[in-house]
Write a protein that binds this ligand. Structure first.
Ligand code: HEM
Length: 579
């Protein structure tokens, strides 16, 4: 009755209500019918998943996926997830058919190598569409057969043994980054930010560096160098080439809320009927990869034709050969894989290159931003790392991965950054297989969607200690641990390592972890060796974190000064030439 009166009053205010029939039908028939249908749908939806009624969680989450969609829309879903697990325990019902798990001991169950919990419809939403058709990737595909087909021929290329062949390519981009930062932001007389009277100089304020943006451009250019043997041009132009970075973020911005309620995506964004009426566009990331593949094919074809014609006495020009046929970038290795395996679909090449750019650039940039933001916020950690860098062998080039990989404090800083701020900020969703599963002592039936968020798991106090929510790289070090304490510490370290979900786990674990580490373990020491870096404004007030599946940061604005010396253990400083 109250609803009827309320809607009558609202309708009285609307212009179309001058039609006599509408004011009568809407409040008396239409609205109550919609209300009843909604209630019936919620009841049906909930009763389909009655077997989950014993899993605790916010009341509305038992009825609908709307709350978890709202958490994502708020850009702070990771914080909500952490809070909910603190309130309800290791299993929390996030939706009628979705259970979030926080106990690290269950990582091996959900992300197993043997029993396959396949990826949920969450990933269907993330699959790129190009010209109205899905463009499946190793990352996004839910089809286990297709996943094997795509992953197996190229997994070796990402292996540790292959890794070091990429090192000169990474060096090249690091050196270019250093040069560009010097050009754009470093004052030759090292008086950056100061005028003659020693005050902040208005004239030089504009030269503050958005380091977060430059790290992202670096991460994209490295992937270009490794994948196509040429930088994508971000560092050179100091801008977002072909709008790729913006397009990726815009894509996740739209897609992330839909991952929580995939049927809406199917009905709306991926509806083949609706797509007929939409402007059909090529996804820019897919398009970018396709353009580079076409370029490479043209170079290879030209080089082969030239050799055949005997222009060079049958010898392929060295530069063309390097750029085209025999160079050891990802694309040349992908082409080799295609040639070896005739069963691969022709679009596999594009799937692989798209994965490299889409999955490998922003993630690494997020990790790098976390590292620099935390180091600049914790000067004692920065000092400790700078001292450690003096132990590196002398070199004009970026220090080798072999050397930086074994620096204990650098290693601790990188692990801690990945622990505290994992680049992916939503649960990695999986589907319980046909035989059902027991998770944290609860029986879950086949078809239940389960997932673990690295943000939640990495704050498990039993594993990481009472200060799990704090930045403390020392937790990864044996500082001061002696005698029998060592065994205990070693057991704890192993437990912490096993609880890291930064790069996922099981048979869908990140294929590019080594590549990413190769970049990070090299670029962090090199930037610190080359520049004195400090926040442009105390406390970095512009720092902002937004979770749309990627937990992106903005506002890492710094001042850069050319470094002349590094501090050493005995309090003295070491000239940059001696390291
Ligand atoms: C800091 C950097 C990175 C982080 C934190 C990261 C994180 C992850 C995570 C968590 C997964 C598993 C996702 C899931 O289970 O749903 C994953 C998968 C994947 N990553 Fe990465 N990644 C990084 C860098 C890279 C790089 C550099 C590449 C490519 C060169 C890459 C390519 C992939 C691919 C292809 C998959 C799918 C693997 C499969 O399903 O078999 N990632 N990554």
């Amino acid at each position: 009755m109250a609803i009827t009166t309320l809607t009558s009053s609202i309708l009285a205010l609307l212009p179309f209500t001058s039609t006599p029939i509408l004011p009568t039908i809407l409040p008396t028939i239409l609205l109550p019918t919609i209300l009843l249908l909604t209630l019936a749908f919620l009841a049906w939806n909930t009763s389909s998943y009655l077997s989950l009624s014993h899993i605790p969680g916010p009341f509305l989450c038992h009825l609908t996926n709307l709350p978890r969609t709202r958490w994502v829309l708020s850009n702070t879903a990771h914080a909500t997830h952490i809070r909910l697990h603190e309130t309800y325990g290791p299993l929390v019902r996030f939706g009628p058919n979705m259970v979030s798990v926080s106990d690290p001991r269950e990582i091996a169950t959900l992300y197993s190598f043997t029993k396959t919990f396949r990826k949920s419809d969450f990933y269907r939403v993330l699959v790129f569409y190009s010209r109205g058709k899905p463009a499946p990737t190793i990352f996004g595909t839910q089809d286990e057969g297709l996943h094997r087909l795509l992953r197996r021929p190229i997994v070796g290329v990402y292996g540790m043994s292959n890794l070091l062949t990429f090192e000169p390519l990474v060096d090249r981009t690091i050196e270019y980054l250093v040069g560009r930062l010097e050009e754009e932001f470093v004052d030759e007389n090292n008086e950056f930010g100061q005028d003659e009277a020693g005050k902040e100089s208005k004239m030089q304020e504009g030269r503050a560096c958005d380091l977060g943006q430059w790290l992202q451009m670096f991460a994209f250019d490295v992937m270009g160098e490794l994948t196509f043997l040429r930088r994508l041009g971000f560092l050179e132009s100091g801008a977002d080439v072909e709008g790729i970075m913006g397009a990726l973020w815009a894509y996740f911005w739209k897609a992330a809320p839909l991952t929580q309620i995939p049927w809406v995506d199917r009905l709306w964004a991926k509806n083949p009927v609706l797509q007929r009426f939409q402007r059909v566009r090529m996804n820019p990331i897919v398009g970018f990869g396709l353009a580079r593949i076409a370029e490479r094919r043209a170079v290879v074809a030209a080089a082969k034709a030239k050799a055949k014609a005997g222009d060079d006495g049958g010898v392929v020009d060295a530069k063309e050969e390097n750029e085209g046929t025999k160079s050891r970038d990802f694309l040349s290795r992908f082409i080799e894989a295609m040639e070896k395996d005739g069963s691969l679909p022709p679009w596999a090449l594009s799937a692989w290159t798209t994965s490299n750019i889409a999955a490998g650039s922003d993630t690494t940039a997020i990790l790098l931003r976390t590292i620099f933001h935390r180091l600049l916020s914790h000067p004692s950690d920065l000092s400790r790392l700078l001292v450690e860098l003096t132990t590196l062998p002398k070199t004009d080039k970026p220090a080798s991965f072999k050397d930086t990989r074994t620096l204990p404090f650098l290693d601790a800083v990188i692990k801690e950054a990945g622990r505290l701020h994992p680049p992916f900020g939503l649960p990695l969703e999986r589907v319980v297989p046909d035989e059902g599963a027991t998770i944290c002592g609860f029986r879950l039936k086949a078809g239940t969607v389960v997932g673990m968020s690295a943000w939640v798991v990495h704050r498990d106090k039993e594993t990481f200690g009472e200060d799990a929510g704090e930045w403390r790289p020392e937790r990864w070090l044996q500082d001061g641990v002696k005698g029998e304490g060592r065994e205990e510490w070693e057991a704890r370290r192993k437990k912490m390592e096993a609880a890291l979900l930064t790069f996922g786990a099981g048979h869908r674990v990140c294929i590019g972890k080594n590549i990413s580490y190769l970049e990070v373990y090299k670029v962090v020491p090199e930037l610190l060796r080359r520049f004195e870096i400090s926040f442009a404004e105390t406390g970095c007030p512009g720092w902002k974190v937004e979770n749309r599946w990627f937990v992106n940061q903005t506002g890492l604005v710094v001042k850069l000064k050319k470094r002349e010396a590094l501090p050493s253990n005995d309090g003295s400083v070491k000239g940059i030439a001696s390291i």
